[in-house]
Design a protein around this ligand. Structure first.
Ligand code: LLP
Length: 421
């Protein structure tokens, strides 16, 4: 379900023609639909209403303040992974009691800041990290709440770069070590073990891997109980897949149907950390065709969005559907590579894609780019990062200005000696 649809062969976002936005704001341009964003959050909330979990939207998927504020206002908590994301969470007024903090490499400063704010808990990824949190909490005369991130060693059947719950991944702690650590933790004066956490990967389209991981957790929780250790929360992470191409991922309802019986068995308060599921289909990247170039072997459509604006195709060979903003009736199709202006052969948005013939000056929408689109963008090739706009019915709001050339060099400095002074 999303609010990007054709009407009279023109692509609309909610009630606004996307081409109007491209002409008004320039390209490349990220366009988000408010109702798609909130709709997905509410769908998940509804599917799990029986247990009323805390849904902590995963900020890394798209950290724009306006989107965070929209979700927080609907009751969402936030899953953060850095001091910067904590700063964003505070900026939008997210209650500290709804913030959970994961990351294998939290620095002392980041731990101190999160402790000072009183977040719900840290998702702890290693024993040395736990000792460090205890040390810092003791220095600040505080008690840190933590959830131990378990690596359940399950195969999520997704791209290897976004698999996180296999024992060869850097994330979490294996079950055996976790048990030892948990028992030892009881004697840490400044740490309170409030939960367990898993996050097995991203863009997972089936429920089986989730069921496998949660089943392991249910057994583990039972085992802990027999050792006298009881906890309050089970955080089952994010990872729900969406439709990019021909996937038919589980719906929120089906996912809930599969995992709810297991979750209820634990009797614990449940946390979910979805990112992509909420924001993935709520955003598109609009780009303009600069040139069409034919070579002896190929036809290239050169557009004004590059791998700095959207790195997913280059990094994961990710598929994003590409739609013209104006659809032609019975359009002739041809096989093309859609490439950006960046000086790398890896700078492509689509390869060997059959698309209706496009002309220079025409506009294309790269679909499903709300998650890990802008948030993974960069200034490579000294390109200004794109503008972002949010559409609510027939209204549009700039939620991030396009960067200027001075923004690019704002923090740079030429030492005086280079001027011969
Ligand atoms: N929780 C934790 C601890 C995570 O590491 C992640 C994502 C999430 C939740 C949210 O996962 P989601 O619901 O969005 O799948 N850049 C990649 C995805 C990396 C995911 C990293 N962790 C991509 O563009 O596909």
């Amino acid at each position: 379900m999303h609010e990007f649809k054709y009407s009279n062969r023109q692509l609309y976002c909610e009630k606004i023609r996307v081409e109007e936005l491209a002409l008004r704001f320039g390209t490349p341009l990220y366009v988000y639909s408010y109702h798609t964003l909130i709709g997905h959050y509410l769908k998940l909330k509804e599917a799990f209403k029986e247990i009323d979990p805390l849904i902590c939207y995963s900020v890394k998927a798209n950290s724009n303040l306006a989107l965070l504020k929209a979700l927080v206002d609907k009751g969402s908590g936030l899953d953060i992974v850095s001091g910067g994301e904590l700063f964003r969470a505070i900026q939008v007024g997210c209650p500290a009691a709804k913030i959970v903090y994961a990351s294998v490499g939290k620095t002392d400063r980041e731990i101190e800041e999160a402790l000072a704010r009183g977040i719900l808990f840290f998702n702890v990824e290693s024993f040395p990290e736990l000792e460090n949190i205890n040390r810092i909490a003791s220095k600040l005369h505080k008690t840190a709440s933590v959830a131990i991130r378990i690596n359940p060693d399950v195969e999520p059947k997704t791209h290897k770069f976004i698999t996180t719950g296999k024992i060869t991944n850097k994330f979490g702690i294996d079950l055996k070590s976790a048990e030892k650590i948990l028992l030892r933790c009881m004697s840490y004066p400044n740490v309170n073990i409030s939960g367990l956490h898993i996050h097995i990967g991203s863009q997972i389209t089936e429920s089986a891997p989730f069921v496998a991981a949660i089943t392991k957790m249910v057994d583990f929780i039972d085992r802990l109980k027999t050792k006298g250790l009881s906890i309050e929360y089970l955080n089952i992470g994010g990872g729900l897949g969406i439709i990019y191409d021909r996937e038919s991922p589980q719906t929120a309802q089906k996912f809930a149907h599969k995992v709810l019986p297991l979750l209820k068995k634990t009797g614990l308060r449940i946390i979910l950390e979805p990112g992509r599921f909420i924001v993935g289909n709520a955003g598109i990247l609009v780009t303009r065709v600069l040139y069409v170039k034919s070579t002896p072997k190929k036809k290239f459509v050169i557009v004004d969005a590059g791998m700095n604006d959207l790195i997913r195709p280059a990094l994961y060979s990710a598929y994003h559907n590409i739609l013209p903003l104006r659809a032609k009736e019975e359009a002739r199709r041809e096989k093309v590579d859609i490439v950006g202006p960046i000086c790398e052969s890896g700078d492509f948005i689509a390869k060997e894609r059959r698309l209706p013939v496009v002309r220079e000056g025409g506009y294309l929408a790269v679909m499903g780019t709300g998650a890990y689109g802008f948030s993974m963008s960069s200034n490579y090739n000294s390109r200004r990062r794109p503008q972002e706009v949010l559409v609510i019915k027939d209204k549009v709001f700039i939620i991030r200005k396009r960067e200027s050339y001075s923004d690019l060099v704002r923090n740079e400095n030429i030492p005086a000696f280079l001027f011969g002074l």
